[in-house]
Design a protein around this ligand. Sequence first.
Ligand SMILES: [Zn+2]
Length: 427
Amino acid sequence: MLGIESGTVIEDITWEEIPAVLAGGGPQIIITAQVRLHARRAARCGICGRRSPGYDQGAGRRRWRALDLGTIRAEIEADAPRVQCTVHGATVAQVPWARHGAWHTRGFEDTVAWLACVTSKTTITQLMRVSWRTVGSMIERVSAEKRAQRDQLAGLTRIGIDEIAYRKGFKYLVVVVDHDSGRLVWAAPGRDKATVLKFFGALGPQRSAQLTHVSADGASWIAGAVTGRAPQAVQCTGPFHVVSWATEALDEVRRDVWNHARAGQPQSGGRVRKYGRATGDARDLKHARYALWKNPEDLTARQAAQVDWIARTHPYLYRAWLLKEGLRVIFKLKAHPRLAARALDKWLAWAARSRIPQFIALGRKIRHYRPGIEAALRHSLSNGLIESVNTKLRAITRAAFGFHGPEPMIALGMLALGGLRPSLPGR
Ligand SMILES: [Zn+2]
């Protein structure tokens, strides 16, 4: 019931009642198993498992929380002596039921890590009665163990390298996704060439030479690192990135129009007039923001009405929206790369004539990255997978608020999106 493996002797089972005032909520019962290790499992280094001579009694007896037994909290209590490892020095001895440095059993940590991959922060902290910060430490241990067991970088040929913002855009991660499996295979804090080079360092020259395609958002610091370490790989700019540039450009246009609407009546002179009717509809424009970001087929009836309203009242903003949508449709033609290339020509001409500065600039940017964009279309890199990994990663970066740094967030990403989710104990 406690998930203790062989090699452990249960000496006694005791229980105690914690009064309601201390337990927070109702009174709680804690069942504690007093255990000791079998001689063959005792006196091993907690880090490497080497048999080592005893050092001292450490901090004496210690408790580990196990999975609840029904409604009752369960704990394991045992001595926690230290051993003298030849490699790690004086270290707390290994116990079979818990990871080194943990205050919870393996079964408990695996359950928490499993839950973190599938459900929300509040669900986990309430169900398991642990703080979110503690969840972060557990995820780190589970993830590190899984990563040591499996080589995440084996057999990569087509990858995507991306940056993702967290902490409200103040900090960044570099993430690497496998186009073929759709898995997150590597992540580290940073937003520079040095971080990308760290990835190639982990990959090594032999496996770097196996890469055939690398997709990225066109950032020169990524391209530079790829050219240096994997010159044979075709560098692509994924349609996903191009469409997200267009969404950003549209958002800038919307903010401009909104700012003018908020400023009240248009001033005399030409510039303001082009934004359309600038009366007191700033609030409506602000609310229409989500409708403009979404794909037309996903709009709710209310959002579709908002887009209609923009078409009638803000032709300038509506033209920007049409440009973004046009671009998105082109990348849906990926089964017909030649058709898509011709459509892109037309789109570029349209953008150049649009008189919307943000889209004129976007047109220039797309011309600049065109070889990479066409390469992505030709080799039909699985855009959907990258997009869905990105969306899930963004959700993880939001949930990671309250963790003690980027490491638990990366660990959670690897567990949930890297195919490292642990199985539930006993199954
Ligand atoms: Zn050791």
